[in-house]
Design a protein around this ligand. Structure first.
Ligand code: GDP
Ligand code: MN
Length: 400
């Protein structure tokens, strides 16, 4: 699960990591009100930031540092009325419904700091770089030596001596070192405590020297967190950050019906039972030159209603030009799938080619149901095995 920047900043602040204070705004009026208050507290500049579950906002024009309430109004109006399109969103972009308005800070240096689950090392690894702010993937690609990696203890997290090594490698000096060490150690503890699979601060900044901070202040001005969904049950606070408007609507519908749905880029909708069968179905479609539009696993014992909902979801997608049903009935009864096909046909109508391959429990009854409903399923073909099914659906889609 992902969360918004303003929520991540709350977690950072609670963990003792310095973050400029911000306010959340849902409308232009609220953004203006927040900015008026922030300027009133003595800020010279205010930053307006779109809150979406994707980065690359700066380059897309959805992070704006401005110096008047009038300019905040303009930035907020733009962000709330345009889709945010960045390298991380895909061409369709994301709607912006929430803004963060915060006092802007002056920046001397931008660093990169993250901790992520490192499967190869079987632990969490700190990733740091003195080249923050820009896309870290580009730095990793062009200048791998500019990336520092430090594996941590899976439960105890990053130790202060390790954090000091990282601080030295980043070229920090004077009082910057103790500030950065504290931030890194606290971030590591936060990551372990919240079952986060990724915590990323980009940029971690150093402000110009001030009376209070003669070597500058080290602070976070952006943050991105991903959490392990399997651990959410024990993360009550993190659960409250869940934002359904940021999730794929079909994945949401499917999970409500107890189905596993993953949207893909192709045009062949797949309805399958079991993740293993789903994967081999996708492979064999690819082998025959097709492209799956989704991965929909109805699981072992879905109800008639749930399977009908699965068809509604698949058929509701414009990109779907053909449907392949591949069921191996063990616990799942084939006749239930057949009945769901018929009720979906009645309700939504199969206008696209449909190829059905059923095998296993109650398959005879299933065949009878489908035969009887033939007139309602004019685009249906049956298949003998998986290879036959994949061939039939890919050629039907090409022909259609
Ligand atoms: P992202 O593009 O989605 O990662 O959004 P960020 O929050 O990281 O902002 C992008 C860039 O905007 C940062 O790398 C900074 O250069 C700049 N920026 C963001 N907030 C501030 C701020 O408070 N002051 C200044 N001077 N620049 C900022
Ligand atoms: Mn950033």
């Amino acid at each position: 699960m992902k969360i918004h920047e303003y929520q991540a900043r709350e977690l950072l602040a609670d963990a003792g990591i310095p973050v400029p204070e911000g306010r959340v705004a849902k409308t232009v009026e609220q953004a203006v009100e927040a900015a008026t208050a922030i300027f009133g507290e003595g800020a010279h500049q205010v930053v307006v930031k779109a809150q979406v579950h994707a980065g690359g906002r700066g380059k897309a024009g959805f992070v704006k540092v401005v110096d008047s309430v009038e300019a905040v109004k303009e930035a907020a109006t733009f962000m709330l009325n345009n889709k945010m399109v960045s390298v991380q969103t895909g061409p369709e972009g994301l709607d912006v419904t929430t803004l963060l308005v915060a006092a802007a800070v002056d920046i001397d240096r931008e660093l990169y700091l993250a901790i992520t689950t490192d499967r190869a090392q079987r632990t969490n690894t700190v990733i740091a770089s003195s080249e923050g702010g820009v896309e870290i993937e580009t730095v990793a690609h062009e200048r791998p030596d500019a990336i520092i990696k430090m594996p941590t203890h899976p439960l105890d997290g990053l130790q202060p001596w390790q954090a000091r090594q990282i601080a030295f490698s980043l070229g920090l000096k004077g009082k910057q070192i103790s500030q950065a060490v504290k931030i890194m150690v606290n971030l590591s503890r936060l990551q372990v405590r919240t079952d986060a699979s990724l915590v990323e601060i980009n940029p971690l900044i150093i402000t110009p020297p001030s009376d209070e901070f003669p070597d500058g202040e080290v602070m976070a001005i952006d943050a991105k967190f991903n959490f392990d969904d399997n651990a959410l049950y024990r993360q009550k606070k993190v659960q409250t950050y869940y934002d359904p408007t940021e999730e794929d609507p079909n994945e949401l519908r499917a999970s409500k019906a107890g189905l596993n749905f993953v949207a893909l880029d192709g045009n062949i909708g797949c309805l399958v039972n079991g993740a293993g069968l789903a994967m081999s179905t996708m492979d064999i479609i690819k082998l025959h030159g097709g492209d799956p539009a989704n991965f929909l696993d109805v699981g072992g014992d879905a109800s008639l209603e749930a399977i009908t909902e699965a068809f509604r979801i698949i058929l509701g997608e414009d990109k779907v030009e053909g449907v392949l049903v591949n069921i191996f009935g063990g616990i799942m009864q084939c006749d239930r799938v057949a009945s769901a096909i018929v009720s979906a046909a009645k309700e939504v109508g199969f206008t696209v080619p449909l190829v059905v391959r059923l095998e296993g429990t109650n398959v005879e009854e299933a065949r009878r149901i489908l035969e009887e409903a033939q007139s309602e399923l004019p685009t249906m073909q049956t298949a003998d095995d998986l290879g036959d099914a994949a061939k039939k659906v890919t050629s039907a889609v090409v022909a259609a």
